[in-house]
Design a protein around this ligand. Structure first.
Ligand code: RUQ
Ligand code: CUA
Length: 764
């Protein structure tokens, strides 16, 4: 009889043959045939060639997109537009075990409001950390508009590490935007509300309701926001909107616009005109100008009082110290964007056809000469729009957001109502080109387009509606991210990417080679706390420790077993599972799922995670690995047995379905020797090639060597039992020896295929 491995190899060859046939059948068609059959134009082919990325290829940029109402972030490559990852941020995400292990539950718990778990977010604006105004590839921030919160994501492992709740705001929008060295993360309110947590009637709107702008202090070394070093500007109850931080000459200043400076309060159900009417009466709203650098100095000098754990700068103090100014800006503005050189501030008025370009120098001149046209009802000095404007350019209907090109003075602005993107020159005030998008673009994003040194090349249009772009999937449509080539004079639409997630607002893209994510964790790592886990467990040191009613299980996972495989508890016990993944190989994640207890873990190589739950019911609870990690993955299983309180074990013997004899043992050993021969031939192939020149192969070989080491240990145990005449256990250990051989062979074959596909050379 053929060994199982030979069968496996034959099956593999079979797959290869059928693939080969399919490829040659495809190759028989010419490009023209395919174009005709699919109705493609030459322009389509050109677009395809600009985005298509062959297997194993890499993207030049990675984009981090807000996942809107999903409370997540997702990551995709540009120009391929292939989605690479979802990152759980404000919402539990089962694949990553986010919100299911104790470590990540602690992160989500930081985001509680009034002690309540808030398990969703309305994510809007991701921001990458910066150094001298350019992305450094270290951290990512995102806000939650609905529950005023900010999250910190570490780009070493793309995991959420911290959530902070704004103690004053009841709603926000203008975050996250970072200052040029990530000194601070900006977050502005949206809908005004009282700072206190009690009831305040709407009749007190003007006196007690407030807007605000937080500057959250970020510690780059630690990778954490420091609320106790952060400060908040008290602002009038206007609806503050987006922000941007100054850079270059405008370094130290922040810009935040607003709408509904009418301070209108609706009540349509009472016969009052609705918010939308009352909030769009005036021709202008206010651009808020804040001096965060001077504010930080005041805080440092002990001149600002603390409230609710943060520094709060009252309007009066901000005005007195010259930290806060207003400039009228056209009706119901949306985006505010500082140009790469920091000299100009571009504001779009949703209800105006213009974008307004303000000059930072003119703003400073007006401030220096105290040239104010008046004060708002809260005493904040107002600069004149005329004095501070550089130019205004009519772009089209509903201008929202602006991004910058690598070429000087070139910007792109989204036109929501027109469903277009306009390319224009903000120095000369001239429109250069327009492209139609599908449909109603909100944000748009050029490569590193909000930094001091934008890259240009591509633009992504984040559309609010998809309507007819994709196959219908019911009333709720996917989102549509459209990729546009901006390398030439004319913009060219390249690709539509449907996204089945919440409405994305902003997205940021960074040059992929600036990111240096890890492949594995240091062994026994608590990734959320970024430290060694106190629960880490080494191979052979697994144990179950009982302390009164609490059981701590120090376990490990490795291809293909979970240690321990049997856990006994009694009703009423609290069980804490602590599992360490012992793997060092790339992509060898193990999962862990347990019936009925909401326990679902993702344990990446090196990671230690915990899951604590109450064994509140007697019963049998199978658990298993949820990642198909090896041929014997289905056997990666175990039992949690919860016995009734008064249960007394009658005996310790396990009943097994089979007993093995000397003949069984010898048969297994024969299979193992045959398998070893296959391994040897694969090893001979690999070592006769220049495999050391291929990094992925070197990693596979290391992993295979580890597995072979385990095989050796199992072999020794089998032989010891055989020597004692215990052929039952000898056969079982010989089977385990074979398991490790199969893993070795699997790795070896993967390495061999890689070498064949990459033209490895024969060496002497
Ligand atoms: S905002 S477009 Cu947060 Cu513009 Cu959505
Ligand atoms: Cu580990 Cu499947």
């Amino acid at each position: 009889m053929k060994s199982r491995l030979t069968q496996l190899c034959n099956a593999m060859i079979g797959v290869g043959l059928s693939l080969g046939l399919a490829t040659s059948a495809g190759a028989a068609q010419s490009l023209q045939d395919v174009m005709k059959a699919r109705g493609l134009t030459e322009k389509d082919l050109l677009a395809a060639a600009k985005t298509y990325t062959p297997t194993g290829g890499r993207d030049e940029y990675l984009a981090f997109s807000s996942g809107g109402q999903s409370g997540q972030i997702f990551v995709y490559g540009i120009p391929s537009m292939r989605i690479l990852k979802y990152i759980g941020v404000f919402t539990p995400e089962p694949w990553q075990g986010y919100g299911f292990d104790d470590e990540s539950k602690a992160v989500l718990a930081e985001g509680r409001i009034d002690g309540k778990d808030i398990l969703y977010g309305d994510t809007h604006h991701p921001a990458l950390s910066e150094e001298n105004g350019d992305y450094d590839g270290k951290y990512l921030f995102i806000n939650d508009k609905a529950n005023p919160r900010i999250a910190v994501i570490d780009l070493r492992d793309f995991e959420t590490k911290q959530i902070v709740v704004n103690p004053f705001f009841k709603s926000e929008h203008g975050g996250t935007f970072v200052t040029p060295n990530t000194e601070y993360v900006m977050e502005a309110t949206q809908y005004a509300a009282p700072y206190a947590d009690d009831f305040v009637p709407l009749s007190k709107f003007n006196e007690v309701y407030r807007g605000g702008l937080a500057y959250w202090k970020f510690d780059k070394k630690e990778g954490r926001i420091k609320p106790e070093q952060s400060f908040v500007f008290e602002l009038p109850p206007y609806s503050q909107d987006l922000s941007d931080a100054g850079k270059g000459p405008s370094y130290g200043w922040g810009f935040t616009n607003s709408f509904c400076t009418e301070r209108y309060v609706g009540g349509i159900e009472r016969g009052r005109p609705p918010f939308e009417a009352g909030c769009s009466q005036k021709d202008t709203d206010f651009l808020h100008i804040t001096n965060w650098k001077k504010a930080a100095e005041l805080v440092k000098a002990g001149k600002v009082k603390k409230q609710k754990g943060m520094y709060l700068i009252p309007i009066k103090q901000a005005v007195k110290e010259g930290l806060l100014y207003l400039i009228p800006e056209p009706k119901s503005p949306h985006g505010v964007d500082v140009t790469p050189d920091g000299t100009k501030i571009i504001v779009s008025g949703k209800l105006d056809t213009h974008v307004s370009v303000f000059s930072f120098k003119k703003i400073m001149d007006a401030i220096q000469h105290k040239k104010f046209v008046g004060r708002d009802p809260y005493g904040i000095p107002i600069l004149s729009m005329k004095d501070t404007l550089h130019t205004q350019v009519a772009l089209g209907l509903g201008p929202l957001h602006t991004q910058m090109d690598a070429k000087p003075c070139i910007a792109y602005t989204s036109l929501y109502v027109d469903s277009q993107i306009a390319k224009w020159d903000y120095c000369k005030g001239k429109v250069l080109d327009k492209v139609n998008i599908h449909y109603n673009v909100g944000h748009l994003m050029a490569m590193e387009g909000d930094t001091a040194h934008p890259d240009g090349k591509y633009l992504v249009s984040l559309n609010k509606l998809a309507i007819d772009r994709f196959n219908p999937v019911g009333p709720l449509h996917p989102q549509n991210h459209q990729l546009i080539d901006i390398s030439g004079d004319k913009m060219q639409l390249l690709y539509d990417m449907p996204v089945p997630l919440g409405e994305p607002h902003y997205v940021v893209a960074i040059k992929a080679d600036k990111l240096k994510p890890e492949i594995r964790y240091r062994s026994g790592w608590n990734s959320r706390a970024n430290s060694r886990s106190k629960w880490r467990t080494r191979a052979g040191r697994e144990k179950i420790v009982r302390n009164g009613n609490h059981i701590d299980v120090y376990g490990t996972v490795i291809r293909s077993h979970i240690t321990p495989e049997i856990i006994e508890a009694k009703v009423g016990d609290t069980v804490s599972l602590h599992l360490t993944n012992l793997e060092r190989a790339e992509d060898e994640t193990h999962g862990f799922a347990l019936r009925g207890q909401n326990v679902n873990l993702s344990i990446e190589p090196g990671k230690t995670v915990s899951a604590t739950f109450k064994a509140d019911k007697a019963g049998v609870f199978p658990y298993y690995c949820t990642e198909f990690c090896s041929a014997l993955h289905l056997e990666m299983q175990g039992y949690l047995l919860v016995a009734p309180k008064n249960y007394q074990a009658a005996g310790v013997s396990m009943s097994e379905g089979q007993t093995y004899t000397k003949a069984d043992y010898e048969k297994q050993v024969k299979t193992n020797l045959e398998t070893q021969a296959v391994i040897d031939s694969v090893v001979a192939f690999i070592t006769s090639r220049n495999y050391k020149d291929f990094k992925p192969v070197v990693a596979l070989v290391e992993d295979a060597t580890d597995q072979l080491g385990f095989a050796d240990e199992a072999k020794k145990k089998a032989e010891e039992y055989a020597k004692k005449g215990d052929y039952h256990n000898a056969t079982l250990w010989a089977g385990q020896w074979w398991q490790y051989q199969v893993k070795t062979a699997d790795l070896g074959l993967r390495a061999k295929t890689y070498l064949e596909e990459h033209g490895a050379k024969v060496v002497k």
